[in-house]
Design a protein around this ligand. Structure first.
Ligand code: PLP
Length: 384
């Protein structure tokens, strides 16, 4: 028997937008290499350049500030590892709530790394960041400050404008992982202080396997893969024109579709419905500004591994924080950085909605949630 499954895990990867699929199918019909000067090559170059303009428009960037990469993970690694070298960085300051791609890249530089905590609501501690910058200034060290715009696990919008005010007028550099804010918040890359930003196609309904690094000013020299000099020497490797075309089409159509789906109202409905079933529900980051399409919550005592399995059997795909490649449910470093007790962190689940989400999805989720919580309570001798 097949059961209709409900996808509630957009932060892991959003469903492919029909516009992105159509653009990819059209580009897959083309033959050749975008770097070739003949007619075949020019058609592919055209597809890549169109997508570059589409991604730039949504990011508020100049088209020549967009460098296509193989993923946001690669873009992040280029910004941090390549940036440490090209920008003659002396130390990294990074928030403890970054995606593992950034935390690992920072370690890889071999430079001193200062980790800045999150507060209890999941916001980066700007006071700690200011202190780290102050200490570096006293001894004339140049820092690369690495933060994210929206947390992938909690949906918390980070105080990036405050961080820009600290880093903007200084000799330090600012890298922002904007993956989970792209298409939802105004990035205005060209007009704002960040020197580098990372983006990912598959979080906005484009294909997995393509991302972008936005570079400006001195950061335009930041490299990781020299290769054959593609992307104006900023990222070697033949551009996957079809994937890039899908990314561009997604950048064009995602914002309108996301807004139309009304994910924020759906999340509010989901949280209210969960509270009606489980009044002891804890929503992480609830007091902070959140992007609206995400809820990271826990029912104390109900382990996420158990709840996720129960929901999965009912055809409901949610996640326990960030999807890790092993497929295992591990402790969340983000919740730990917020000071969440490990036994509560083990109960955390993430619901993330997006462009294809509907009220029916939330109704299906709430019905499944009620069933799983009810089963847990009856097993543990408590009233639902
Ligand atoms: N940064 C954030 C905040 C993310 O949520 C993700 C994906 O989960 C990434 C980076 C990595 O993106 P990609 O899958 O394109 O490497």
């Amino acid at each position: 028997m097949t059961q209709a499954a409900t996808y509630l895990d957009h932060n892991a990867s959003a469903p492919l937008l029909p516009e992105a699929k159509a653009a990819m199918l059209a580009a897959f019909e083309l033959t050749g290499n975008p770097s070739s000067v003949h007619r075949h090559g020019r058609l592919l170059r055209n597809a890549v350049d169109t997508a570059r303009r589409q991604v730039a428009r949504l990011a508020g960037a100049e088209h020549d500030q967009v460098v296509f990469t193989g993923s946001a993970t690669e873009a992040i690694t280029q910004a941090i590892v390549g940036g440490a070298d090209a920008l003659r960085i002396d130390g990294i300051v990074i928030s403890a709530g970054e995606h593992v791609a950034a935390l690992k890249a920072a370690e890889l530089t071999g430079l001193p790394v200062t980790r800045v905590d999150l507060d209890g609501d999941g916001r980066i501690r700007v006071d700690q960041l200011a202190a780290a910058i102050g200490s570096a200034d006293m001894v004339g060290l140049r820092l690369l400050v690495c933060v994210h715009l929206v947390n992938n696990e909690t949906g918390v919008v980070q105080p990036v404008e405050d961080i820009e005010r600290l880093v903007g007028p200084s000799p330090h550099y600012l890298f922002v992982d904007a993956v989970q804010g792209f298409g939802k918040l105004d990035l205005a890359f060209a007009a704002r202080a960040p020197d580098m930003m990372a983006l990912s196609a598959h979080k906005i309904g484009g294909p997995a396997g393509v991302g972008a690094l936005l570079l400006k000013g001195h950061a335009d020299q930041v490299r990781l893969i020299p290769g054959g000099g593609q992307e104006q020497g900023r990222r070697g490797g033949t551009e996957p024109a079809a994937l890039i075309a899908g990314f561009g089409a997604a950048a064009d159509s995602f914002p309108g579709r996301f807004e139309k789906a009304g994910a924020a109202a759906l999340i509010e409905r989901a949280e209210a419905g969960m509270r009606a079933v489980a009044p002891d529900l804890v929503v992480f980051g609830a007091a902070a500004r959140r992007v609206g399409s995400v809820s990271n919550f826990a029912v104390p005592g109900l382990k996420n591994s158990v709840a996720m399995m129960g929901l999965d059997l009912l055809g409901l795909s949610v996640s326990a924080g960030s999807a890790c490649s092993s497929g295992k449910v591990g402790p969340s470093h983000v919740l730990a950085a917020m000071g969440v007790a490990p036994e509560l962190g083990e109960c955390a689940l993430r619901l993330s909605l997006g462009w294809s989400s509907t009220a029916d999805d939330v109704a299906a989720f709430l019905s499944g949630f009620g069933e799983v919580v009810g089963r847990h309570r009856s097993r543990h001798g408590r009233a639902a």
